[in-house]
Write a protein that binds this ligand. Structure first.
Ligand SMILES: [Cu+2]
Length: 182
């Protein structure tokens, strides 16, 4: 019974310390210390944290378009029609941190020679089944039909990015799934 309640405590601590399955190294050490605090004095010393592994080059982001619930490949920069004559191209690159992504949306009428500079773009980002980390931000007009946003995609995993473009009184939402790898 005592052992079971310890394990529950460990699980609860693990659940409370983050959305990842493993939590931070510090959290794991804390959980371990909590679970062994009434161990005999002859217990071996606490396990030292593994050396911190420096960030390694991540594998490229996996990007897909989600359209009425169906995912299909999306190559950054490919035009997606928003209305009968308005198109948008979506580009992303790594931002200032490992997981932030810099988003560039190019909006134009017919072809890129006719940029649309009076669009409004709102971006909603969320991880499925995770309450934390959602963001709702506007992209800034940069001229030439470009709208940019530094997206606080704070952790690896699958992010669903809803990009709502309002132009000429018409609103269209494009959803991209961006999977970031650690
Ligand atoms: Cu998360």
């Amino acid at each position: 019974m005592k052992t079971i309640s310890r394990w529950i405590a460990v699980l609860l601590i693990g659940a409370a310390t983050g959305c990842g399955a493993t939590g931070t190294p510090e959290a794991r050490i804390a959980a371990l210390a909590g679970a062994t605090q009434d161990a005999p004095a002859t217990a071996p010393p606490a396990i030292l944290p593994a050396p911190r592994i420096p960030p390694t080059p991540a594998q490229p982001d996996l990007i897909r378009r989600v359209n009425v619930g169906i995912e299909s490949p999306y190559t950054l920069g490919d035009p997606i029609p928003l209305t009968a004559d308005i198109l948008a191209e979506f580009r992303m690159e790594q931002g200032r941190t490992k997981f932030d992504r810099y988003l560039d949306v190019l909006v134009y009428r017919g072809d890129a020679l006719n940029p649309v500079d009076d669009a409004k773009i709102k971006v909603l980002g969320a991880m499925r089944e995770m309450e934390h980390g959602s963001f709702r931000l506007g992209a800034s007009p940069e001229g030439g039909g470009h709208y940019t946003l530094s997206m606080p995609t704070i952790m690896p995993g699958q992010w669903f990015i809803d990009i709502t473009v309002t132009s000429g009184g018409k609103e269209t939402t494009i959803q991209l799934m961006v999977e970031l790898f650690d």
